[in-house]
Design a protein around this ligand. Structure first.
Ligand code: AMP
Ligand code: GLY
Length: 441
């Protein structure tokens, strides 16, 4: 069969790499892909942008693509799955209506409240309904969010009321374009974050391995928020008890609620969680897709055939399949470009790819392109070096050995990816879930 992956980032390179290993797959097509997918055996880039829905449908039909997997949120929120379905094509992802869970934070928060799923208390405002007196009565810190899609950048954790008011005003004044026409203001949740990603078929759920992302730019979780600077799987923070609780209190009610609301959810569903010191889990955000960079370490550990799992989901038979995982930990370090996450410089030549290819682990490409024999930087997050090891600390060593092969001007990366888990390993409090079979729901 032919599989089409839509997207151009590290997540999509990992999806293409994983699907290309399936004995059922003759060719993987990636639209538009990057220099990494281009040089992957059995994979071909196609020059169509991820949001050009009609040309993608036309292409999939012409090539008789049997399965399409959508990477990024923008085409999902725009209704790419509905368009593929209308053309009789199998496409794994949520419908436009189900993808509102990510596309509108206001919608997501209202959904959570309506279905009594734990999340921070909040209010939604437009410029017209904005209530400065309410805001001034809130406890600090307080979180101000643009409701629409803003690539993870439309969230301000305000330490003062002045800062919160300025953030709201900025959003209404168009700092995030249309995404800020509506805003969510919510309580700050203390705790540690984890990424909880599942596959859903409208009814059943198959949990993927747990993971943890590092959203801040600098070591020690300092600096601005980014799309993610590194991730590892499994996340020892998510003990067996917390896993069961998240399935029961968050994931199952979400899938059930969407079904009851008449918008059943098929696709990857990513719950960004805040785990409190008492083991409570709150939803910080929903994403209607896989995480980037979480996907890279998660798929590095997946031993099952991803195309089989996606097809089972499209047949509403996720309850009949299991996901098998490598017992080792995987850890991915993102190598970013000069200026990330603000104004990013592109076009720097990347050296060391050949020596990295001789090491264990896998170097996934994100913002890269090939030009006359060289691979150049072409985006904020450039590469993701993934290592595997018995412990997170071993996986970290392998990942940094890969990263150390690479050089380009302005290369920027964190030195401490995995530090939470490694501290737990050192303290011997590792409640690890590496060997727990993935749960069904
Ligand atoms: P979001 O785009 O909603 O995931 O927010 C981006 C990041 O901001 C999250 O990954 C958290 O690190 C942080 N954040 C968002 N909402 C909250 C909250 N209510 N309490 C604490 N941190 C938050
Ligand atoms: N790594 C966070 C995200 O994909 O949204």
């Amino acid at each position: 069969m032919k599989v089409l992956i839509v997207g151009a980032g590290g997540r999509e390179h990992a999806l293409a790499w994983k699907c290309s290993q399936s004995p059922r797959v003759r060719e993987v097509l990636v639209a538009p892909g990057n220099a990494g997918t281009e040089s992957e055996p059995g994979v071909r880039n196609v020059d169509i942008d991820a949001t050009d829905i009609a040309p993608l449908v036309e292409f999939a039909r012409r090539e008789a693509v049997a399965l399409t997997i959508i990477g990024p949120e923008a085409p999902l929120v725009a209704g790419i799955v509905d368009a593929f379905q209308a053309a009789g094509l199998r496409c794994f992802g949520p419908s436009r209506l189900a993808a509102r869970l990510e596309g509108s934070k206001a919608f997501g928060k209202d959904f959570l409240q309506r279905h009594r799923i734990p999340s921070a208390a909040y209010r939604v405002f437009t410029r017209a309904s904005y209530d400065a007196a309410w805001l001034r009565a809130q406890r600090l810190p307080i979180v101000v969010k643009a409701s629409g899609l803003a690539s993870g950048k439309g969230v301000i954790i305000a330490q003062s009321l002045d800062e919160a008011e300025a953030a709201a005003a900025d959003m209404f004044n168009g700092r995030f374009g249309e995404a800020g026409a509506e805003i969510v203001i919510e309580q700050f949740l203390p705790g540690e974050e984890a990424s909880f990603i599942v596959m859903a078929d409208g009814e059943h759920v198959l949990a993927l391995a747990t993971s943890q992302d590092h959203k801040r730019l600098c070591d020690g979780d300092a600096g601005p928020n980014t799309g993610g600077m590194g991730a590892y799987s499994p996340a020892p923070l998510v003990s067996g008890a917390i896993h069961a609780r998240v399935m029961r209190e968050i994931i199952q009610p979400t899938i059930r609620g969407l079904s009851e609301d008449g918008t059943p959810y098929t696709g990857f569903l990513y719950a960004g969680l805040m785990i409190g010191s008492d083991g409570t889990a709150n939803v910080v955000e929903f994403n209607c897709r896989l995480g980037d960079p979480e996907t890279q370490p998660i798929l590095a550990r997946l031993n099952s055939d991803l195309t089989t799992l996606c097809e089972a989901a499209l047949d509403r038979q996720l309850d009949r399949v299991e996901a098998r995982w490598d017992r080792r930990a995987a850890l991915g370090v993102v190598l970013a470009a000069a200026g990330y996450p603000q104004a990013v410089r592109s076009g720097d030549r990347i050296d060391g790819l050949d020596s990295a290819a001789r090491l264990p682990g896998k170097l996934f490409h994100a913002g890269t392109r090939r030009l006359s024999g060289h691979v150049l930087t072409s985006g904020g997050r450039v590469l993701c070096a993934v290592g595997l090891g018995d412990r997170v600390s071993d996986a970290q060593r392998a990942a940094y050995a890969l990263a150390d092969c690479i050089h380009y001007d302005g290369m920027l990366y964190r030195r401490d990816i995995g530090y939470h888990a490694i501290a737990r390993e050192r303290a011997g409090t590792d409640a690890g879930d590496a060997t727990r079979p993935a749960g069904h729901g």
